[in-house]
Design a protein. Structure first.
Length: 162
């Protein structure tokens, strides 16, 4: 299944989710990420955390969600917004009518303070995202009808943080 994680800047939360699902999905899922107004760079705290967690970062880049609405783009099965701003924006048309859900996570890139406070914000964001993604990869996705899958995805997005 192809999964797209969306955020506004595509520099932190959506990047963390893409990298984590590509690792945790073990080939069942192929994750991508994009932003409505991409920053053009991946946040260095996100890269640092992923590298310390031994999660591959080589293919990560900040990009526009328009890339995934173009002819020839991978067909998405699931699309998740991970920030409230992107969830409120009108999204492009996604070929194939993928299932969508909102999995909002506070923006670690917006945290002000010491380097350690910023690192903690990124660890918290990855903790929430990884818990949700672990629930996703353990769902019997292939056995659920669209209505049941939609309910499960929405429930995961509303699950309390670990």
């Amino acid at each position: 299944m192809n999964v797209l994680f969306l955020c506004t800047g595509n520099s932190a939360r959506s990047i963390l989710a893409e990298a984590y699902l590509n690792m945790a999905g073990k080939g069942r899922f192929k994750a991508f990420s994009a932003g409505s107004r991409p920053s053009g760079r991946v946040n260095p705290y996100a890269l640092e955390l992923l590298e310390k967690s031994r999660i591959d970062t080589t293919a990560l880049r900040s990009k526009s969600w328009d890339e995934f609405a173009q002819p020839g783009a991978p067909k998405m099965d699931l699309v998740f917004t991970v920030c409230d701003s992107a969830a409120a924006e009108p999204c492009p048309f996604w070929p194939g009518q993928p299932m969508t859900a909102h999995w909002g996570v506070p923006d670690p890139a917006a945290v002000e303070g010491s380097d350690e406070q910023k690192r903690q914000a990124f660890r918290s964001a990855l903790s929430v995202l990884s818990a949700r993604i672990n629930l996703l990869v353990n769902l019997p996705v292939e056995k659920l009808d669209r209505l049941a899958l939609k309910k499960k995805l929405d429930d995961i997005g509303g699950a309390p943080a670990p």
